[in-house]
Design a binder for this molecule. Structure first.
Ligand code: ZN
Length: 425
């Protein structure tokens, strides 16, 4: 690497650390006490967890195996760009946007193809244990839709990157960062209305009594919850869940129909209170902001990698220049893919903090810790989870606190509903 590239890469890493420190300071959760982890044996029989552990061991093995796949594909494609960039540039008629489009869509499809065996194994494993109820044809259709969406998004990002790299050899990374940050917000805004309907059907909650209880909870939290929807999760899974998605006008709380079917009313209200807490604390907006701001140093790092591998000069118009643009786009994609995989633990660290805050707020609004304990016990049972996930796996993959810690928080609340907050959050 030349010294200029090293300097820029160093600035990118320092910038990322600075942004993360500021976000940790300004966008963290507050007022959540530290909570002890109760012994697993207090809440679960070892015998009832045997099957769960067997199921989870398989899931973890597949998740670990999947981590390096996308980066490996992207890095291999970038390393071999000498071979394919010429033909692709000619196919695109020497137009950078077309070349970037072909590359982005192609890489997205190649990555999906490389991941397909693991996805198939994951599906078969879930069917084997009775967790997945979806049939193979419906699953295959969902996979197909996912690949198509990925190709469209990949093609769009590839085209945008190629045009910027061709037109702005010094500042493309900044334009790209701005565009990507906008894209991150737009995805959060549009996912519930554009992407989610492709994979599930939702209907408004049709249960006036529950709706009354939900609205009362929402009032207590100072949240307007005009849109509570129920999806058709039972067509795909026996697990129960709920989530909040969207920003502003697209915001909604979605309850799995399995949750309403399999869990008692007071536990459903705990889940709703948790989701309302995500709304109250603006977790979707905060999480999106983490992503959007950290994209900026990420793009600067891409700039350093591109400069180190292909120099800093402008690509000339025409097929040969477009070939250089393509090689640069491939380096950007490889860098993004590696950084994205490596930064997964950071995203989950943030997510776990928000989940703890939502759990705590749910306890304070429902004032029903016994139901919260039974809810997480029930989730472990219906999702074949393990209450105490091995540390390294939890740090890497855990978007939520471990079930036993969530139970510990409920017990802590039961013992003392108004403790001093943990200064570490
Ligand atoms: Zn949550």
């Amino acid at each position: 690497m030349d010294r200029r590239a090293l300097g820029i890469a160093g600035a990118a890493v320092a910038g990322a650390a600075g942004i993360a420190a500021i976000l940790r300071w300004r966008l963290w959760s507050g007022g959540v006490p530290s909570t002890p982890t109760p012994p697993v044996g207090d809440h679960f029989d070892a015998s009832e967890l045997v099957r769960n552990r067997e199921y989870r061991r398989g899931v973890w093995a597949m998740a670990v195996a999947a981590v390096p796949v996308a980066p490996a594909v992207a890095v291999a494609v970038a390393a071999m760009s000498g071979r394919w960039s010429g033909p692709v540039a000619r196919l695109a008629g020497g137009r950078p946007w077309r070349a970037g489009l072909i590359f982005g869509a192609g890489l997205s499809v190649a990555t999906a193809a490389a991941l397909l065996p693991l996805r198939g194994a994951r599906f078969a494993w879930g069917r084997e244990f009775g967790l997945i109820t979806q049939g193979f044809p419906a699953w295959a259709v969902d996979v197909g839709k996912g690949v198509a969406i990925g190709a469209v998004i990949g093609g769009g990002l590839g085209a945008a990157a190629a045009v910027l790299i061709a037109r702005a050899p010094r500042w493309w990374w900044a334009w790209l960062a701005g565009g990507a940050a906008g894209f991150v917000y737009l995805s959060s805004l549009l996912a519930p209305v554009v992407i989610e309907p492709l994979f599930q059907r939702t209907v408004p909650l049709d249960d006036p009594a529950l709706e009354r209880d939900i609205l009362a909870l929402a009032r207590r939290q100072g949240v307007d919850a005009d849109r509570v929807l129920v999806n058709d999760a039972s067509r795909r899974t026996v697990t129960a869940n709920a989530y909040v998605s969207g920003l502003g006008a697209s915001r909604r709380i979605v309850l799995y129909d399995t949750l309403l079917r399999d869990f008692p009313r007071e536990q459903v209200l705990v889940v709703v209170a948790h989701e309302l807490a995500h709304v109250k604390h603006r977790h979707v907006l905060k999480g999106t902001t983490w992503g959007a701001l950290l994209v900026i140093p990420g793009c600067l790092l891409c700039f350093a990698m591109v400069g180190a591998r292909t120099g800093w000069g402008r690509a000339r118009p025409g097929t040969e220049g477009t070939q250089l643009v393509l090689r640069r786009v491939a380096i950007v994609a490889a860098t993004v893919s590696v950084v994205g995989a490596v930064s997964a633990p950071l995203g989950n660290w943030v997510s776990r903090a928000y989940e703890r805050e939502a759990d705590w707020t749910a306890l304070r609004t429902t004032d029903d810790p016994a139901s919260q304990v039974r809810l997480f016990q029930g989730f472990v049972r219906t999702s074949l989870s393990v209450p105490d996930v091995p540390r390294a796996l939890h740090v890497w993959f855990g978007s939520h606190p471990e079930p036993i810690d969530r139970i510990g928080m409920a017990e802590r609340y039961a013992a003392d509903p108004d403790p001093a907050p943990d200064p570490e959050g």
